[in-house]
Design a protein around this ligand. Structure first.
Ligand SMILES: [Zn+2]
Length: 377
């Protein structure tokens, strides 16, 4: 590994101050104040982290036929779109096949420095989800099952000490002991694809669940105005809440309302991207499900109204979030960088010791933001 020291000068994303960053291949070595540079010098910001990526750049992570080479292609496309770190996400298939896919990809990651750097952790979303129509989303209900501490052990045996996020529906029998066991093993447990009542949400929080996965989605299009899941979640504990910032999965009005209701340091953004993200509109797969992606980047199952993941690029997510909140990209950046990183216990920020794959940002949200991943030579 090269110990070559490089540096870059630009403006600090939070303070606007001029800074100079010295870094090597892995880490930031030193951040110091610098003299004012030119008007079009870049902004420097912590690297983005996406906690739910199901596929990217035409590559479907759910396929048994996934290869290391195609995974590298997806990673390259994510980097090109401004995102150097993500949680590789496996969605519902039968439990043994989730474990076997995970095992295979984990071996590739352990032996490939690029994959190790880019796949920051694992997100398992299924098969412990709600089978109720609407709440199940595009997941196959026929292979869903109840969680158990034994199944959590099987997962832990594969993921070892890697950061791991588990999304489950707490109303399923066996959930509470599984949540407790998973959190004691160091996993983060997030609730999602659920129609849990208030008592069940509270019990899940007491057992150790801390997150809520893509709030506003994975529920029926029509909800009871007196009592529905979104009200119950917002009225219960303080969850680390994931939101898909594409303006479609969550309407701009609800997006703004959520930012007014939830403490801002408890909101993280995720693309929930599937294979069509970073690729052209057309027909794609999510495992065995065939989907179509329109020019609007919305992913639909042919003939159905529900969404099945998104084709959103992380860089575009920042732009759309800022537009919806009528604000600057600098005000929303945290939701896609430091906030999810801290929740997952990953190093982040712009200071000595933080990762050197930070972001170099130019342009603005009205004309298009350019987000480049710093690539040490
Ligand atoms: Zn989902």
């Amino acid at each position: 590994m090269s110990t070559h020291i490089q540096s870059i000068t630009g403006r600090h994303w939070k303070t606007g101050d001029w800074i100079s960053i010295e870094f090597n291949q892995k880490k930031i070595l030193c951040v110091s104040s610098a003299a004012h540079g030119s008007r079009n010098a870049p902004w420097l910001a912590p690297s983005l982290l996406d906690l739910q990526v199901n596929g990217y750049g035409g590559v479907d992570f759910q396929k048994q036929s996934l290869t290391e080479a195609s995974l590298m292609k997806a990673v390259e496309a994510l980097n090109r779109d401004g995102c150097p770190r993500f949680f590789l996400t496996l969605t519902t298939s039968d439990w043994p096949s989730i474990l076997s896919k995970l095992k295979r990809i984990k071996v590739w990651r352990d032996n490939n420095p690029t994959l190790r750097e880019c796949i920051a952790g694992w997100h398992v979303e299924g098969p412990f989800l709600s089978e109720e129509p609407g709440y199940c989303g595009a997941h196959d209900t026929s292979v869903m099952e109840d969680p158990s501490p034994e199944k959590i052990n099987m997962l832990k045996e594969i993921t070892q000490t890697d950061p791991t996020l588990l999304t489950l529906a707490p109303e399923r029998p066996g959930s509470m002991e599984s949540i407790l066991h998973a959190s004691q093993l160091g996993m983060r447990v997030s609730l999602g694809h659920t129609n849990a009542d208030t008592a069940c949400l509270s019990a899940a929080a007491s057992a150790g669940a801390t997150g809520f996965t893509h709030l506003g989605n994975a529920c029926p299009q029509k909800l009871d105005r007196h009592d529905n899941l979104i009200f119950r979640v917002l009225d219960s504990e303080s969850w680390m809440t994931g939101i898909i910032p594409d303006g479609v999965h969550v309407s701009p009005a609800l997006f703004r309302i959520l930012h007014n209701l939830i403490p801002l340091n408890q909101i993280y953004y995720t693309t929930d991207a599937m294979s069509a993200a970073g690729a052209a509109p057309g027909r794609y797969t999510i495992g065995n499900i065939e989907v179509e992606v329109g020019d609007d980047q919305v992913v639909r199952q042919p003939g159905q109204s529900n969404f099945a993941g998104s084709a959103l690029k992380p860089s575009e997510g920042i732009t759309r979030a800022a537009r919806m909140l009528h604000t600057n990209w600098r005000d929303v950046w945290n939701h896609f960088s430091e906030i999810p990183s801290r929740w997952m216990g990953l190093p982040t920020g712009l200071h000595a010791g933080a990762p050197s794959n930070f972001s170099i940002v130019g342009g603005d949200v009205t004309v298009g933001l350019s987000i480049q991943v710093n690539k040490p030579a």
